[in-house]
Design a binder for this molecule. Structure first.
Ligand SMILES: NC(=O)c1ccc[n+]([C@@H]2O[C@H](COP(=O)([O-])OP(=O)(O)OC[C@H]3O[C@@H](n4cnc5c(N)ncnc54)[C@H](O)[C@@H]3O)[C@@H](O)[C@H]2O)c1
Length: 462
């Protein structure tokens, strides 16, 4: 099949590469010319495990190409995916301008029947708008071509995107036309092998399914985060509670990990967009508001713990931060908890030394250069370099190499032996037995005084 993918970001690039890997001819088009120039040279704009070799081998096989303008694409696409960004606008609703621009370009260039697939996460009713825009553009060209608009929301997880794309739990497809249905079946059967896990429904139902799924996952996280705060106050270990409730088959264990807040390019903006959809339709989104509020507060729990240990003024304190991306396996730092932590620590006078296995390059581009110029923020090339003369380790993202740290090496490097574990990665007993103070998220014990005293001794304060 000839496939065009509009937008070569996390979703578009993975979609394009995976469909090319399955033998299709794929053209990815992106308005970002430098991104396309790099992709043509085999340089990827994102870190995603396994993606680079897949892109390069499919380019070499002639099944995958990159262009920066729709006018360059073969007009004989059977399927055109829209995979452009839908960030929050200033009110929190999904900004649909890039989707509409993509639709205009489709209408301006198609020359035969094709299926237009909304893969971007778009508000309910968007497919109708896309349909109208394409129709208007075709009218301008004096054409009355047939086409169908389908909703096929994407559920891949950054960090496991190829695995999720090639072996999805399910594929959701919203459509109204039999012709489109048979094309979408042809496209997805090589991935799913049997049609049972393809759920066909109306277009609007599919559009809403994506928002409801993300909002449900965000709700579970915020619920557990709220429980963790309560557990901490009441001397309860949230980790035992998590295991206890996760073993209830009615609840299940997925998405129950408490931590220092969710981030990324999806949950925060999709919850905000769903809030707007609810409000615009006269529904009070009580639960969604609470999910957002808890997440906002949760990103401030780690900075608060640090202040509780070292005091309001963090001048003279050096924090070694492990993890910058919003989750392991990606370099994506959109709305990452690390951003709140680092900004708050530097605002209070601390120096931050941060390491991430994939996101150091992104951090260097998006964080204020004056932090780096003034020495307030140092991005390091190794996880242990971030701990040199540090007063504490702050674990923000649970990358695998952080799971079993070398405590002896850490003690040789650090000025004080304190760990703030924003993802409950460590067993408090082991950490304390190794001579470190340990502060997790909702682990039921708080002991701030000794660390504060030891810092004052270390810096010779009164
Ligand atoms: N990132 C994820 O994990 C994920 C998962 C599921 C769904 N989604 C959804 O998929 C969509 C894309 O997300 P993403 O993370 O890949 O975004 P992204 O920001 O990584 O990539 C979007 C790309 O679209 C390009 N673009 C914008 N306007 C364009 C146009 N008119 N023509 C061609 N290219 C254009 C941009 O230059 C950019 O490269 C969003 O709606 C998102 O909510 C994302």
């Amino acid at each position: 099949m000839n496939i065009t993918v509009i937008g070569a970001g996390y979703v578009g690039l993975v979609t394009g590469a995976c469909f090319a890997e399955l033998g299709n001819h794929v053209t990815c088009v992106d308005v970002n010319e430098s991104k396309i120039a790099n992709l043509k040279k085999g340089i990827l704009p994102i870190y995603e495990p396994g993606l680079e070799p897949m892109v390069i081998s499919n380019m070499n096989e002639g099944r995958l190409q990159f262009v920066s303008s729709m006018s360059e694409i073969a007009a004989d696409s059977h399927v055109i995916f829209i995979a452009v960004g839908t960030p929050s606008d200033k009110d929190g609703a999904a900004d649909i301008q890039y989707v509409l621009e993509a639709a205009r370009n489709i209408g301006a260039h198609i020359s035969q029947y094709c299926v237009v697939v909304d893969k971007s996460t778009v508000p309910v009713g968007m497919a109708d708008q896309v349909d109208n825009v394409i129709r208007e553009e075709l009218q301008k060209r004096g054409l009355s071509l047939r086409f169908d608009v389908v909703s096929n929301p994407e559920f891949l997880r950054e960090g496991a995107a190829i695995e999720d794309f090639m072996r999805p739990d399910r594929v959701i497809i919203g459509l109204e036309s039999n012709n489109a249905k048979s094309i979408m079946l042809d496209l997805y059967l090589p991935i799913l092998r049997s049609p049972e896990r393809i759920y066909f429904m109306n277009v609007k139902d599919a559009e809403m399914t994506k928002y409801a799924a993300n909002a449900m996952l965000a709700t579970r996280i915020s619920f557990m985060n709220e429980m963790s705060v309560l557990c901490e106050r009441m001397g309860v270990d949230i980790e035992n509670v998590r295991i206890g409730i996760g073993s209830d088959t009615r609840i299940g264990s997925a998405f129950l990990n408490p931590g220092c807040g969710y981030g990324g390019s999806c949950f925060p903006k999709d919850v905000r967009a769903l809030v707007k959809m609810a409000e615009r339709n006269g529904v009070a989104p009580y639960i969604l508001h609470a999910v957002e509020k808890r997440n906002f507060e949760q990103k401030r729990v780690l900075p608060d713990k640090i202040v509780n240990v070292f005091g309001e003024d963090l001048t003279g304190v050096t924090l070694g931060v492990w993890g910058l991306s919003f989750k392991p396996g990606t370099d994506d730092m959109r709305e990452a908890s690390s951003l709140v932590l680092i900004e708050e620590a530097i605002r209070r006078g601390a120096c931050v030394q941060a390491y991430d296995p994939a996101a150091v390059g992104v951090a260097g581009r998006i964080l204020p250069s004056e932090w780096m110029d003034s020495g307030k923020l140092k991005l390091t090339g190794h996880q242990y370099d971030a701990l040199k003369d540090a007063d504490a380790l702050v674990l923000v993202t649970e990358w695998k190499p952080f799971c079993y740290p070398d405590m002896t090496a850490m003690k040789n490097l650090m000025r004080q032996f304190i760990i703030f574990d924003g993802r409950n990665q460590y067993d408090p007993k082991h950490i304390r037995a190794a001579g470190f103070e340990y502060y997790g998220m909702g682990r039921g014990e708080v002991n701030y005084k000794r660390a504060a005293l030891s810092l004052r001794e270390a810096v010779g304060a009164e």
